[in-house]
Write a protein of this length. Structure first.
Length: 236
């Protein structure tokens, strides 16, 4: 730790290490389809955030930092990166996908791909299950009423009270629980659309950049070489 004089190096004069020195970088990475935590679509463009230890090097009358050991690498979708930068102080933050990091015991962890999540489908399945449950409860009450009617006896207060309570439960399921599930389903669908739009925008941006650079290279004017022979001919 601390400063160390560098001998025999043509440029570097001094190196300095400190536990607080680090380097952070963002990189755009293209893939065949990455699964990211907190996203419902596969991403062909991801943003990698890398954090390394660093040392400060002085040479040629200036200082700069050099990254050394990697401490953390994580992936973000373009939408997750925007959410993180534009929504500060938002609790635990935004989901990210850990790729490489140091565990508490110092072991180096190479994380595998997370499982592909489909929250909208899960919410839809839950809605179907709740609907089937409410329908079964209503059919069960229908059978009880039918049985009471077939018996042809006066219906007691206890039986009517039980039916009223069960009808109230079924009504609450339809009036309150199902709309809540549908709101959750709508939010899940909006997240899917948002993730998909971010992926499409990232793809288009990358395509424009690549196409634009190629077009600029092809459109660059070719400066004619000055020919003294042609100049002499014109003067002559």
């Amino acid at each position: 730790m601390g400063k160390q004089k560098v001998t025999g190096h043509p440029v570097y004069e001094e190196r300095e290490e400190h536990p607080a020195y680090g380097m952070a970088s963002l990189h755009r990475i293209s893939s065949t389809g990455s699964i990211l935590f907190g996203s419902s679509v596969k991403h062909h463009t991801v943003i990698a955030l890398t954090v390394k230890t660093a040392e400060k090097v002085r040479g040629l009358h200036s200082e700069r930092g050099f990254g050394r050991d990697m401490l953390l690498e994580l992936f973000l979708s373009p939408t997750q990166l925007i959410d993180m930068l534009t929504n500060m102080n938002m609790g635990d933050g935004v989901p990210c996908t850990l790729r490489h990091y140091r565990a508490d015991d110092g072991a180096w962890i190479n994380a595998e791909d997370p499982p592909h999540s489909h929250p909208a489908k899960k919410t839809y399945d839950e809605f179907v299950g709740q609907t089937a449950k409410a329908a079964a409860k209503i059919r069960e009450m229908q059978e009880r009423l039918k049985k009471l009617a077939e018996e042809g006896k006066p219906v007691g207060k206890k039986a009517l009270t039980e039916l009223a309570l069960d009808m109230g439960v079924a009504a609450q399921e339809i009036d309150s629980n199902m709309p809540f599930i549908m709101d959750s389903f709508r939010e899940d669908c909006e997240h899917v659309v948002k993730d998909a739009k971010g992926e499409v925008e990232a793809f288009i941006t990358g395509l424009i950049q690549r196409t634009g650079l190629k077009a600029l290279a092809e459109a660059a004017p070719e400066l004619p070489m000055l020919s003294f022979e042609e100049k002499d001919d014109e003067q002559g």
